[in-house]
Design a protein around this ligand. Structure first.
Ligand code: ZN
Length: 505
């Protein structure tokens, strides 16, 4: 009895210690975008400096035109204050039409990537040059102007080989458990749900409830073993009465540069009061035990992708194959094993490489590394009637798949078995079948051939939002009722690449 309660006490002590050790991180980010109201330059500088004085680094996502305006106005002081922080990117002109979702609404994956790089690449280069940074820490979209092609294009608008590694914003187009995730090989902070919070800057009654709310989120995350809290503002919120872009580009309006108007400004005492409240809010957050501020540049270190950097062990690949060959499997999903997460694309790439080696008479060498593919650039064909393929047809299809993946670095939208095209998800099951057969029999299924999946659902695609009138049309800059269903179709195909980001202990 005594031993029992002692054990119980020890166990609870242990879990208290574990909870106290659990890291709760706060990413504080500022969409720095108002290039019309000069007072925004001063607000930006003051925010950057007040955080620096507190030893806090935030993430400032700059609009290309905002960086150019700071340069033109000779605001070296603002640039110097910003340089103490993390610098991200927030589109070239933000709300000048067409905005990203507008010009990507009818694009597929590849032309969309190229178009985003063409329109936004120059602004990214300007922000890098003016702020004097080698790499931009992250990108995030203007308003609700989201598209998966922009995330896939982050490699193109950054500096080789990694480009812009992270996507940081808030919205509901895609999400995974209200914590960071991997999507199209970028580390994404998005759709943070109950882990996203902010305080109303201009309401004196908002301070206490906002402090309590962020403390409650930190407590909950600590109890779950740690996690990330996302808080964002725009420096212009301290000084304007209305957003700069709402004044000019509302609901599709597109006046020429010569007619752009600065937004109405708040009286100085309201700005002062907002800075005071914000300082109180930030001081409260940094007083919460175990909570620390992180930036977008910290994210890749906090969420290493062990499946990518270290590779898959033989035990992991065996387990991947076993799950994919379970009878009655109706869908493929990401799989998490220990500190490694494998997207459906990772599973496809790893199994194709392992089976490819076996087909050529070699043994796969572990750990097996995945380079990270994109999802397919088009919808799959209809599932095949027959699920059985003979060995030689399977072998030749596997060789073709390996060549495709190596050349294009994405999942093929169809896999040819001779003259017939089958969905890549169904072929993934055949790869798993062949690998599992080898594992249990010590040889490939030369006599029996392989078994395709039948109509396998890509389960992570369920994490992409349904098209609703507000999803894109809710942003005041898009035209009333603006819809972009094709952006969501393309995004669902890229769900091949979706998997949770696992926080390092
Ligand atoms: Zn913005």
């Amino acid at each position: 009895m005594l031993v029992c309660s002692l054990l119980l006490a020890l166990t609870s002590l242990h879990s208290i210690a574990a909870a106290e050790k659990a890291n709760v991180n706060v990413i504080l980010w500022f969409d720095t975008e108002d290039y019309l109201l000069p007072a925004d330059d001063d607000a930006t500088k003051r925010l950057a400096e007040m955080l620096t004085q507190r030893g806090i680094r935030a993430t400032f996502k700059l609009v290309g035109e905002k960086a150019r305006v700071l340069e033109r106005r000779g605001r070296r002081d603002v640039i110097a204050a910003l340089k103490k922080h993390d610098i991200g990117y927030h589109a070239n002109f933000h709300s000048v039409h067409p905005a990203p979702s507008e010009y990507l609404a009818d694009c597929g994956l590849l032309d969309g990537i190229a178009e985003f790089a063409r329109r936004e690449g120059g602004g990214a280069a300007d922000v890098r040059r003016i702020l004097g940074v080698k790499t931009l820490a992250c990108y995030g979209q203007p308003g609700s102007s989201w598209a998966s092609q922009t995330i896939a294009a982050l490699k193109e608008i950054g500096v080789a080989p990694h480009g812009v590694p992270c996507y940081v914003d808030e919205g509901t187009h895609i999400g995974l458990n209200e914590q960071p995730f991997w999507y199209e090989n970028a580390l994404v902070v998005y759709h943070m749900g109950q882990n996203y919070t902010r305080m109303d800057l201009h309401d004196p009654a908002a301070v206490e409830p906002a402090k309590q709310k962020v403390s409650a989120i930190a407590d909950r995350l600590r109890g779950q073993g740690g996690g990330l809290i996302s808080i964002f503002y725009h420096p212009c919120e301290w000084v304007h009465k209305e957003f700069w872009d709402g004044v000019n580009f509302r609901r599709g309006a597109n006046p020429p540069r010569e007619q752009w108007k600065p937004p109405p400004q708040r009286p100085a005492e309201e700005t002062e009061a907002a800075f005071k409240r914000f300082a109180e809010y930030i001081d409260h957050i940094r007083s919460i035990s175990g909570v620390q501020f992180v930036t977008a540049s910290d994210l890749p270190g906090l969420y290493p992708d062990a499946a990518r950097s270290e590779g898959a062990s033989e035990a992991d690949l065996n387990q991947i194959a076993v799950r994919l060959t379970e009878s009655k499997i109706s869908g493929a999903d990401f799989q998490v094993m220990g500190d490694r997460a494998y997207s459906v694309a990772d599973q496809f790439e790893l199994l194709a490489r392992a089976v490819g080696e076996l087909v050529e008479g070699r043994k796969p060498r572990f750990p097996l590394q995945a380079i990270g593919l994109l999802g397919p650039d088009g919808p799959p064909p209809l599932t095949a009637e027959a699920t059985h393929i003979d060995w030689f047809a399977f072998r030749d299809a596997t060789r073709d798949v390996i060549d495709f993946v190596k050349t294009r670095q994405r999942i093929p939208s169809r896999v040819f078995i001779g003259a017939d095209a089958v969905p890549p998800a169904d072929f993934l099951v055949a790869l798993a079948f062949a690998y599992d057969y080898y594992r249990t029999n010590g040889k490939l299924p030369l006599e029996g051939g392989a078994t395709l999946g039948k109509n396998l659902e890509l389960l992570p695609a369920r994490r992409v939002a349904k098209d609703t009138p507000d999803l894109f049309g809710g942003w005041i800059i898009h035209k009333e009722g603006f819809r972009a269903p094709k952006i969501l179709e393309v995004a669902r195909l890229q769900a091949w690449t979706l998997k949770p980001a696992i926080q390092k202990d």
